[in-house]
Design a binder for this molecule. Sequence first.
Ligand SMILES: *[C@@H]1O[C@H](CO)[C@@H](O)[C@H](O)[C@H]1NC(C)=O
Ligand SMILES: *[C@@H]1O[C@H](CO)[C@@H](O)[C@H](O)[C@H]1NC(C)=O
Ligand SMILES: *[C@@H]1O[C@H](CO)[C@@H](O)[C@H](O)[C@H]1NC(C)=O
Length: 466
Amino acid sequence: MGTCTEKTPVLTQQARAVDAILSHCQQSLPLDTTGSRCRMLGVRKRICSRGLILWFFIANILLVLYYITNSAHLSIRSSPEATCPLSLAKSQQNETGFSQSQAPGEDRCSPKINIMFVKTHKTASSTVLNVLFRFGEKHRLRFALPDGRNDFFYPSPFQSSWVKDYRPGKCFNIVCNHMRFDHREVAKLLPPDAVYITILRDPVALFESSFHYYHSAVPFTWRIKGKNKLAQFLEHPERFYYPRAINSFYLKNLQFFDFGLENNLEADDPQVMKAIQNLSQHLDLVLITEYFEESLILLKDMMCWTMEDILYFKLNMRRSSSVSQLTPDLKAKALQWNGADWKLYQHFNATFWARVEAFGRGRMKEEVEELRRRNTEMKAICIEDGGPVESKNIQDKRFQPWQPFGDSPILGYNLRKTIDPKFKAICEKMLMPELQYLSDLGVNLWVTGLLGWIKDNIFRHTMFSI
Ligand SMILES: *[C@@H]1O[C@H](CO)[C@@H](O)[C@H](O)[C@H]1NC(C)=O
Ligand SMILES: *[C@@H]1O[C@H](CO)[C@@H](O)[C@H](O)[C@H]1NC(C)=O
Ligand SMILES: *[C@@H]1O[C@H](CO)[C@@H](O)[C@H](O)[C@H]1NC(C)=O
């Protein structure tokens, strides 16, 4: 019997991840002469088998969980007619604590309360989410929330039946958690007058951030050697990337993907512009991360909200030392690699500035200044030491943000020890990370919690030390 034959894993779901582990192991051991190859394989097998068994074990648990949670919801697929009619939404509006009469001095327009926020990844969308959560809570609006976890089965395309306590025909006011956007499915949940918004970021910065945050969850990157994996990948993406690999979308045109579009299109494909045109018909306002304050002012104006409604602290921010500075050459490569996202960004950057122009540049400048002033005021009221701190220095678990695999680069805040009681509640909400806020809104995050446990207790100690 050949002692040197290796069994190949048969479970196709996991084969690629296993391949990645094997090649990772292979590369970490010298395989010099053909004579010693068999002995080396034996050593390699022993070293790798623990990692492999563990991977099978975890992957199977996750698959089972995925199917259990998925199938429970698939049974109530809604019909196309089951939408939320405007009349029902209006009558429900009475149940909410929403008051149409505004404080004197405010504009006479009436605030809009029905919102679809397409929450994109790595775009400061968590900060927008916090603004929407607070607005919805303050006015007792009805959120369409995920169930058991913090997203709607991302990256599967969204289905309305996944919403917690969903019934066909039930109306919601706000949909704002991570999903792969599908306009027709979302429209079933909201009144026809709902406002659709999203946020986009420069694809180079987004790619850098996404690579840093997610590469551990993209198995084909485990093969990339050297210290600067990001540069290695951008130099030769074709060596590592294949479109159907697990989680590959995190590393190519992620914004296109989040909108439910095909993220593997080349930038010059005519389908790209068509998809952008299609999407723009469904979006009422696109915020731009690079012009975050201006974006919130435009949002406030369109929604007829108050300055108080859009006050914010930056949430889910990375420590600056973990941000890679890309050379101009790598920037160009990142841009080319994410060419569809670049077109998307340029299109909506142009429409954004046309809106700023229509709003009035001078007026914009004044309002941005007021927003900054009031944010600074809130910082002094709410935050200990006036700014964000490293995860290990956050004292209260309620303000501890979720961290990516293998590292803790995400900063958070400490609530001031001496705080005026009348500001305590608002400060807590403004500082609260997404998961804790979702819990407060009544979402049981058992799936997310389990993933977090596996990430912190198994992956951190084994996967990245083999
Ligand atoms: C909602 O409230 C308004 C005024 O508060 C009232 O006139 C209207 O009849 C109410 N609508 C329903 C459906 O209860
Ligand atoms: C654009 O929308 C039309 C009609 O909804 C659809 O048939 C077409 O496939 C879409 N095109 C792209 C590129 O998304
Ligand atoms: C976005 O638009 C502004 C204003 O026109 C312009 O200064 C900026 O260069 C644009 N950014 C990109 C990436 O196109």
